[in-house]
Design a protein around this ligand. Structure first.
Ligand SMILES: Cc1cc2nc3c(=O)[nH]c(=O)nc-3n(C[C@H](O)[C@H](O)[C@H](O)COP(=O)(O)OP(=O)(O)OC[C@H]3O[C@@H](n4cnc5c(N)ncnc54)[C@H](O)[C@@H]3O)c2cc1C
Ligand SMILES: *[C@@H]1O[C@H](CO)[C@@H](O)[C@H](O)[C@H]1NC(C)=O
Ligand SMILES: *[C@@H]1O[C@H](CO)[C@@H](O)[C@H](O)[C@H]1NC(C)=O
Ligand SMILES: *[C@@H]1O[C@H](CO)[C@@H](O)[C@H](O)[C@H]1NC(C)=O
Ligand SMILES: *[C@@H]1O[C@H](CO)[C@@H](O)[C@H](O)[C@H]1NC(C)=O
Ligand SMILES: *[C@@H]1O[C@H](CO)[C@@H](O)[C@H](O)[C@H]1NC(C)=O
Length: 580
């Protein structure tokens, strides 16, 4: 019976990868009931912020030019109105785009999506801030140029990915954070009455203020234009190599220095590691490979519902074996499908896959297909029954990575099946990031661990092996001093975060200079910047959603057998444990 289900699931999964011609694009995260511009709400692309509350704003504005942006910010500043930049997709999980109070203004960059200048000889490109990563990659390639490192998902906007310090994976050159490849930023900020209430500031490479604007959390104003420093277009050669995880602690350190685009996927309960052996090769190496990553392809709503219902059923009855079987199904199917790689854009014939950078670095085909009435969608589209998850994503300094990995391995030795829960979400993605000069950028060369896992639609429902992931989260953030990704994570990961940035004070000075009234600040941005308390939201069940670290049983789900206890390896952790 169980075996039959697995075979059926693998088959459906593989078929769904083949038959996905269309895809309904995601909805606009901003919705306004009056004239499409007033009485608005904003959410993220998953349809739920960490606290699950609805964010309201009085109005939304859609500037089409920098001049319109200036006049919008001037008018709002004159009225001392709260504002936030918002994007076409709103891919950040935390409440970064939510303006303070109900009377705020959302400034969408949806129509600020033009490429302004490409200088092939100087290898630079200037774009408006609402341009997507996909556009950056495509326009650069047309001029024979490439951004060497980038996030893997091309739906991010330039303004948004700079807002949160988004990155790909590399320890080479200036590293994989996109903001470190930026040489000029034009940002519109509030100003005095004499200056007309808004001003355009041009920040150049070398200016100290650019160190604040590279990772801005959206609190400095609205970035209107960004200039990238690019490289000549090149080719890459990718192979995926599977090994066990016995020596991962040592290997993780070596691997990033051996391969320019190295990354690692770790499946701790299967004791398996997938190494991405990925290097630059000569442009005359033959191959026209394409990486259309499976996790970012459109799936049929039908398959998504089957996968989610299976997962919900496993959660309901605490079926750890079922989770481990699902992990095997998913990892087998994605391996058979070569993770989305093809040697020529059509079929996979074997490793290595060699292709141009613009076809290999990022993908997201679920974003850009035609409307098909939700027959297919991005796997996490909240309009269909699909994936709904938490993300815990943090960077740990290379000097501490080995002991962190070994601590996780100790946990898995104690609870061997516990991390099968990651199987449906592609395991733990480990990517290399370098120290940045940005005030709120990475402080040291690190590995970023990206962990995605089941979130119940019911905030009071505990998860299978709840405690293990909570312990890993607290261990990373408190024992190993990890930096949470600004655009992901649950509240817990942000506790005390600002204390980890040595130049936080410099950032706050620039914020004071650009936006002295704090019009672009909100409760959430003040909390993460250490200006306000309240990152912990203490209430019944808060431990389950990562809104608090539990300190009493009521923060877990005592009626369902989950109690607040110490961690198993990191004894200082307080986690929600199932006690039979
Ligand atoms: C499927 C998926 C894959 C992802 N992959 C990666 C990855 O590979 N690597 C990685 O690092 N991250 C990744 N992320 C996270 C992502 O980098 C961040 O969530 C990113 O900030 C989202 O960009 P966005 O354009 O959607 O911006 P939003 O989430 O809408 O905004 C983010 C912040 O930037 C501010 N902002 C937006 N535009 C401007 C502007 N013009 N001026 C000033 N402030 C602005 C907003 O106010 C907000 O504070 C991924 C997210 C998803 C959903
Ligand atoms: C909505 O738009 C119409 C047409 O532009 C305008 O007449 C009307 O006053 C607007 N409604 C509100 C509430 O502003
Ligand atoms: C304002 O929006 C809310 C939903 O967010 C809706 O319930 C309410 O009716 C709207 N008010 C008006 C006047 O349209
Ligand atoms: C810019 O955005 C608008 C609105 O989403 C869209 O119609 C247009 O095609 C986009 N332009 C580019 C160059 O993508
Ligand atoms: C892991 O693989 C190595 C070889 O790469 C092997 O020597 C070792 O025995 C394996 N460990 C386990 C636990 O299988
Ligand atoms: C192209 O390939 C040849 C040999 O295969 C090599 O000698 C040459 O250097 C390559 N050209 C470039 C630009 O790398």
């Amino acid at each position: 019976m169980a075996k039959m289900n697995i075979i059926i699931l693998i088959t459906i999964y593989l078929m769904s990868l083949i038959f996905t011609a269309g895809s309904t694009p995601p909805e606009d995260p901003i919705k306004c009931t009056i004239n499409n511009t007033m009485n608005c709400t904003i959410t993220n692309s998953y349809g739920a912020f960490p606290d699950r509350r609805v964010c309201r704003a009085a109005e939304a504005a859609y500037p089409k030019t920098e001049a319109e942006l200036v006049s919008i910010i001037a008018a709002a500043t004159k009225q001392t109105r709260r504002m936030k930049a918002a994007t076409r997709f709103a891919h950040s999980i935390p409440k970064l785009s939510c303006p303070e109070g109900d009377g705020g203004l959302l400034i969408s960059t949806k129509y600020l999506n033009r490429t302004l200048a490409v200088d092939a000889a100087g290898m630079t490109m200037t774009v408006e801030s609402g341009v997507s990563l996909r556009q950056v990659i495509e326009e650069a390639a047309k001029a024979g140029l490439a951004l060497p490192y980038a996030p893997y998902w091309w739906g991010l906007t330039v303004g948004g990915l700079m807002g949160t310090g988004a990155h790909g994976s590399s320890l080479w050159g200036v590293g994989s954070s996109v903001h470190d490849h930026v040489i000029r930023i034009r940002i519109v900020t509030p100003a005095t009455e004499k200056e007309g209430y808004a001003t355009i500031r041009t920040l150049e490479q070398g200016d100290s203020d650019i160190k604040a604007a590279r990772v801005s959390l959206g609190v400095l104003g609205v970035i209107s234009q960004v200039t990238f420093k690019l490289e000549p277009l090149f080719k890459r050669s990718i192979s995926f190599v599977e090994k066990n995880d016995s020596d991962l602690g040592d290997e993780a350190l070596r691997f990033g220095f051996q391969h320019e685009f190295a990354d690692i996927k770790w499946f701790p309960s299967q004791r398996k590691v997938l190494y991405r052996v990925d290097d630059r090769v000569s442009t005359n190496a033959s191959g026209d490979g394409l990486f259309d990553f499976i996790g970012f392809r459109a799936r049929t709503s039908l398959l998504l519902a089957v996968i989610r219902s299976t997962e919900e059923a496993q959660e309901l009855i605490g079926d750890a074996n079922g989770k481990c079987a699902s992990e095997v199904v998913t990892t087998t199917a994605t391996k058979v499908a070569a993770y989305g790689l093809t040697n020529n854009g059509i079929i996979f014939t074997g490793y290595p896959v060699i292709g141009y950078q613009n076809r290999m670095q990022s993908s997201g085909s679920c974003l850009n297909s035609l409307e098909d009435g939700l027959i297919t969608a991005c796997p996490w589209d909240p309009r269909v029954k699909g994936l709904f998850f938490h993300q815990t994503t943090f960077s740990i300094s290379l000097t501490k990575v080995k002991s962190f990995i070994e601590d996780v391995q100790k946990l898995v030795n104690l609870e061997p099946k516990s991390l099968c829960v990651l199987g449906l979400y592609d395991g733990i993605l480990m990517r290399y990031v370098k120290a940045s000069t940005a005030y709120l950028g990475k402080q040291e060369d690190s590995i970023d661990f990206d962990i995605t896992y089941y979130r119940s639609k019911d905030p009071l429902a505990p998860r299978l092996y709840e405690d293990i992931l909570e312990e890993i989260e607290q261990m990373a953030v408190f024992k190993y001093g990890a930096l949470p990704h600004w655009g992901k994570n649950r509240n817990v990961a942000f506790q005390g975060v600002i204390g980890k940035y040595k130049s936080a004070g410099e950032f706050l000075k620039v914020k004071q200079k650009f936006d002295p009234l704090g019009l672009f600040s909100s409760e959430w941005s003040d909390q993460i910047l250490g200006l306000k308390t309240g990152i912990s939201i203490v209430k019944d069940g808060c431990g389950l959603e990562g809104l608090c670290i539990c300190s009493q049983d009521a923060h877990c789900a005592p009626n369902k057998g989950y109690f607040c206890r110490a961690g198993k390896v990191y004894k200082d952790a307080k986690v929600c444990v199932k006690i039979n």
